[in-house]
Structure formats: structure tokens, C-alpha cells
Design a protein around this ligand. Structure first.
Ligand code: HEM
Length: 434
């Protein structure tokens, strides 16, 4: 699942695995073996059975025996971290409750209002050019900037987070980026402990689970990691569909329909959820060995022939794009609001958007966990870059506590230091203040 054959046509690999039965052996990366589940019913059996299938990857036998190369790119996604994704039982429940209670406090109307100026700001960056890459100029940047807003980041911390997360996801100077990410988050946590506000970081701190700074940092990293990649893919792939012949170019598909189509046919997380069976388990004739990774193919399960009818009617309930069981996505509703708002905003702003390359020439990013576009080149009639300022002038002013970057006074440690290099987030924070 790491070479060009998989990147070009993942479905062909799922079909080949299906020929073995509900699951079959795959190589996720050189030297990294796993069992991939491609049948819907078996996927549910694994996802919903935490007493037999653990998520704690410290059980991983091949890794513990030194049979997984320590420089394998796969480890960034599969090695244990003390967060919701890799914990089980009571430890998972405590972390998960803090995360779900935090998401419950998000107001969907306010979330839309947070997405809109960020979308406008990004569109302004390229609207005068008449050309853009909707993945790298829009779908990738929007969640990064939005998370800064939701997490209540002051200007300099937001710039640093955007830079380090971007570098981490692109695999550039990973060690430095990781250190910078940790330092920025620790500073953010310290600011929010002293001066709580109406944001995700403060809500996590306030949760009765009483997370330590270290635990808070690990959950924030996970939220960014778990949120960024699928959000980018969902926005990018739905835009691709809407602009292609299959979408509004042809049949006039609605945004929600395009999103449902993507969730069924190209789920933003294609394969993930590594489970470690507590004992050898027979998965319909294929033995999943104790403490060896069983990976769920959300894309494979969605394309299971048994689901043909649900798939064709785009039944929202049956696909596995949001996972299932105790680790299913806790951010489904906000993720949908973010995607719909981001897509609406750009289609309204640039009504003659058109793809500039045929589908056969689109590039896909390599890797076993997603089937994701590397770029989505488009053209449109150039328009002046005035959206962001106009939108903020017509919007009701935000109360001071809600303004991004408000806690300047809460950052005494930066006083007297030279002003850091300005990035996207600090520019945006200034615009929010117009
Ligand atoms: C945009 C579309 C999104 C999709 C399709 C999606 C999909 C998923 C899936 C399939 C899982 C299960 C993974 C597993 O079992 O290993 C998951 C888990 C998770 N997602 Fe999402 N996600 C999306 C957006 C987000 C966003 C925006 C956030 C947060 C900002 C988020 C936070 C999480 C978290 C924290 C978990 C782990 C929950 C746990 O282990 O208890 N997701 N997501």
C-alpha cells in the first residue's frame, strides 16, 4: 500500500484483498505488515469490540521485537501516544469525555461565522490571480487557520502552530517542527490557565477530568492531527466533485450531496484505526494474530458489494467514513459545518471556477491512510481582493473576549523581545480587528 499502484487505484487493492475474504494481508510500508479489513460487517465487528481488539499500539509485537524499521514513515501515525486514539477502557473514556464535552460547547452558528472570514481571507490571497490550487491555497490552509481561532491562539502562537503543523504534515524537518509545536502548545496552555476564554483550549482545561498540562498538550496535538487531514480532504474532494462533470459541471449536484458522495466513495480517512487483537482471532477464515495490527479500510468497507443499495441511495447512516464504536469521530457535526461553509463561500465568491486539468492528470498524495489529491488547479475570472474587509465591516463587531489575539496582555514573557516574523495568522488577526 505504499507504491504508485495503490496511490493510482486503491480500489484495485481493496478488491484484491476482498478476494481473500473479509480481510487480508497487506504491507502498509516497507517491512510493516498488517491485516486489512475490507468487509463492512467485519469492520464493525472489530471497531465495536474493544474487549477483543485493543487500540494501544504498545502491544505491537513486530515493533517490540525490532521488526519494524524505526525510521518507517508509518510510525508517525501508528506509534503509541497518550491520547484518545491509542488508549482503551477507562483511560480512553476519561480523555474522550473531555474531548466530546468540549465539542458539545461549540456553537454551530458561531462556527460558521468563524469559517467565513477565514475563507474570505484565503480567497483574497489568490482572487486577483485568476488561478489557484484549491488544495494548497484553500482546503489545506482553512482548517489550520480555523483551529487557531477555535483554540484561541494569540497571533504569534498561531503563526508558529500553522508553520510547524504544515511542516509536520509535509514531512519537512520533522524534529524541529515537533519541538516547536510542543513549545507553542505549552505556552498556549499556560496562557489559557491564567486567562481562560471562550475557546477549545480553555474548555478542555476546565473539564472535570482535570487534564494535566502534558495531557492537554497531547489531546490538542491529536485534535489538530485528527482534524486537519480529513478536513482538508473532505473540502478538497467535494470541491473536485462539484467542479467535475459528475458535479455541478454536469448534473447540478448540491454541496451536501457532494459531501455524502465523498464520504461514501473516497472517505477522507481511507484506512486507519489500527487494532491489536488480544488473542488470535479468526476473521472469516483469515487469522489476525494476537498483537499484530488489524487496520480498518473505511474505503474498502464502504465499497463492500453488500452495501450496494445503501451506497447508491447515499444513505448517510451506513458508511464508515466517521468510524464506529468507542473511537468514532467525535467531531462529525462541526466537521460538516466547516466543510459546507468553506465550499459555499468559495463557490459563491468565484462563480465561474473551473478545473484546469483533466481528471487523468490529477496527482494523488502517496501513503496508505488516505487517497488524497496533491493539488486541484482551477481558473476563474480575476476579482479584487476585498472580501475579508467587506465581510468584517458588515458583520456585528465581536466582543473583545472573542477577538482572536485578544490576550496580548497575557503574554508578558514576550515583552521586550523583537516582533516575530508575521505569518498568515497574525495578518488575519489584524484584519479581524478592522
Ligand atoms: C472532516 C472530516 C472528518 C472525518 C471524515 C473524520 C473521520 C474520523 C474517523 C474515521 C475516526 C476514527 C479513527 C479511528 O478509529 O482510528 C475519527 C476519529 C477522531 N476524529 Fe475525526 N474526522 C473528521 C474531522 C475531524 C475533526 C475536524 C476533528 C477535530 C478537530 C476530528 C477529531 C477526531 C478525534 C479526536 C478522533 C479520535 C476519537 C477517539 O479515538 O476516541 N475529526 N475521525
Amino acid at each position: 500500500m505504499f507504491d504508485g499502484t495503490f496511490t493510482a487505484d486503491p480500489q484495485q487493492i481493496y478488491d484484491r484483498v476482498r478476494a481473500h475474504g473479509p480481510a487480508g494481508p497487506v504491507e502498509l510500508a516497507p517491512g510493516v505488515d498488517a491485516t486489512l479489513v475490507v468487509e463492512h460487517e467485519t469492520a464493525l465487528r472489530v471497531l465495536q469490540n474493544p474487549s477483543l481488539f485493543a487500540r494501544d499500539s504498545r502491544r505491537w509485537k513486530a515493533l517490540n521485537e525490532g521488526r519494524v524499521p524505526l525510521d518507517s514513515p508509518i510510525l508517525a501515525m501508528m506509534a503509541y501516544r497518550p491520547n484518545c486514539l491509542f488508549t482503551d477502557g477507562a483511560v480512553h473514556l476519561r480523555l474522550r469525555q473531555a474531548v466530546t464535552a468540549t465539542f458539545d460547547r461549540l456553537n454551530m452558528t458561531r462556527l460558521r461565522r468563524d469559517v467565513e472570514p477565514i475563507a474570505d481571507f484565503l480567497i483574497d490571497q489568490f482572487s486577483e490571480r485568476g488561478r489557484a490550487d484549491l488544495i494548497n491555497d484553500y482546503a489545506k490552509m482553512l482548517p489550520l487557520l480555523l483551529f487557531n481561532k477555535l483554540f484561541g491562539c494569540p497571533a504569534d502562537i498561531g503563526d508558529s502552530l500553522t508553520g510547524s503543523l504544515g511542516a509536520l504534515f509535509d514531512g519537512i524537518d520533522v524534529q524541529r517542527a515537533n519541538a516547536e509545536l510542543t513549545a507553542s502548545l505549552m505556552r498556549l496552555i499556560s496562557i489559557k490557565r491564567r486567562q481562560p476564554a471562550d475557546d477549545v483550549t480553555s474548555w478542555l482545561i476546565q473539564h472535570p477530568a482535570g487534564l494535566t498540562d502534558e495531557e492537554l498538550k497531547d489531546q490538542l496535538v491529536m485534535l489538530m492531527g485528527a482534524g486537519f487531514e480529513p478536513q482538508r480532504n473532505l473540502i478538497g474532494h467535494a470541491l473536485h466533485l462539484l467542479l467535475s462533470k459528475e458535479g455541478s459541471g454536469g448534473s447540478g449536484m448540491l454541496i451536501e450531496e457532494a459531501i455524502d458522495h465523498v464520504l461514501w466513495h473516497n472517505p477522507p480517512i481511507a484506512n486507519y484505526a489500527a487494532h491489536f487483537p488480544l488473542r488470535d482471532v479468526d476473521l472469516g477464515g483469515v487469522i489476525a494474530e494476537a498483537n499484530s495490527p488489524v487496520v480498518i479500510s473505511f474505503a474498502g468497507a464502504n465499497s463492500d458489494p453488500a452495501l450496494k443499495e445503501a451506497r447508491e441511495s447515499h444513505n448517510k447512516g451506513a458508511h464508515l467514513a466517521w468510524g464506529a464504536g468507542p473511537h468514532s469521530c467525535p467531531a462529525k457535526d462541526p466537521a460538516l459545518v466547516i466543510a459546507i461553509t468553506a465550499i459555499e463561500r468559495i463557490l459563491n465568491a468565484l462563480p465561474d471556477l473551473a478545473l484546469t486539468v483533466p481528471d487523468e492528470q490529477l496527482q494523488w498524495r502517496p501513503g496508505p491512510f488516505q487517497h488524497a489529491l496533491a493539488a486541484l488547479p482551477v481558473r476563474f475570472s480575476p476579482t479584487p481582493a476585498t472580501r475579508m474587509v467587506a465581510a468584517l465591516q458588515t458583520a456585528a463587531p465581536l466582543p473583545p473576549a472573542e477577538q482572536p489575539g485578544a490576550p496580548a496582555a497575557a503574554e508578558p514573557e514576550r515583552q521586550g523581545q523583537p516582533a516575530p516574523k508575521r505569518g498568515f495568522w497574525s495578518t488575519l488577526v489584524d484584519l479581524f480587528r478592522v
